[in-house]
Design a protein around this ligand. Structure first.
Ligand code: C5P
Length: 273
């Protein structure tokens, strides 16, 4: 990648345990986060005034001014840039979107210290390797044992608003993850993962029942080992043993559900079989 380019990968919460709520309303989380090999793309040019041009399959309606986190990230870092942003990921979809875009700007400007000011999910997006995310998102520990995974991401093109999903969660004090084991195989990892949770999945599903339809479609697709929602939704992921299984499942899911966004991806992580 040329030095004036940025890549903003999809962020996937393999787990998302909500463990408490702070006095200011923000929730305490314990989440295992990985990154995909698909994402938004950015190009940066030095400029006298800030500008932002958004394109790509999900570019429609994305603000091209200081409402966009990309713009605010550059401003916070004290930079003036001409930015082009190609949106390949659905936004407001539980897979990073704007947070990952903002992190790409901060990486380009070497201004990572500004990340937490832009949103709870921005610090984790500065890295593209697996991490355990705690606190409200600012406490990060690398999780080097997490294997690279073959995933299919499915978004049923519904939007669920993050604050509303948190509000719909009845019990805010759930258990966190225990110490992360040193998994020796992908199978061992997935067995562990199946016993974890996304506490926002049930409330998001109650607001948008089609999320349940997505999970069902993933779970019943050939070769799917497990399926879960990412973040506050609505994007769900399915895990497959092989890349071929993921490719075939993505093809049949897309054919059966023409209105859905369906993408096969590989996540960053340890190469385990
Ligand atoms: O920080 P960010 O703008 O990404 O968060 C969006 C919304 O999600 C917050 O306004 C808050 O309602 C909710 N949130 C939360 N606890 C977190 C992260 C986000 O309650 N740890």
């Amino acid at each position: 990648m040329a030095t004036n380019e940025g890549f903003a990968p999809a962020k996937i919460n393999l787990t998302l345990h909500v463990t408490g709520q702070r006095a200011d309303g923000y929730h305490l989380l314990d989440s295992l986060v990985v990154f995909a090999n698909i994402g938004d793309r950015l190009w940066f040019e030095p400029a006298d005034t800030m500008s932002l041009a958004v394109s790509g399959p999900f570019g429609a309606g994305v603000p091209e001014d200081n409402r966009n986190l990309v713009w605010r990230a550059a401003e916070l870092a004290g930079a003036t840039l001409g930015i082009r942003l190609a949106k390949h990921l659905p936004h407001g979809a539980g897979i990073g979107g704007g947070s990952s875009d903002a992190a790409a700007v901060l990486r380009f400007l070497n201004a990572s210290e500004q990340a937490a000011k832009l949103g709870a999910d921005v610090p984790v997006c500065l890295s593209s390797s697996p991490q355990r995310m705690q606190g409200i998102g600012e406490q990060l520990t690398t999780a080097p044992s997490v294997p690279a995974l073959h995933l299919v991401l499915v978004n049923p093109q519904v939007h669920v608003a993050t604050p509303e999903v948190f509000k719909a969660l009845k019990d805010k004090s759930n258990s966190g993850m225990s110490d992360l084991p040193d998994w020796k195989s992908t199978g061992e990892f997935v067995t562990w993962l199946q016993a974890q949770r996304n506490d926002l999945q049930a409330p998001a599903m109650s607001m948008a029942p089609v999320i349940g339809t997505c999970l069902q479609a993933l779970n019943t697709s050939r070769g799917c080992v497990m399926a879960r929602m990412s973040g506050s939704g609505a994007t769900c992921f399915g895990i497959y043993h092989t890349g071929t299984q993921a490719r075939l499942a993505a093809k049949s899911l897309a054919a059966a559900n023409p209105g859905w966004w369906v993408k096969r991806t590989r996540t960053t992580g340890r190469d385990l079989s």
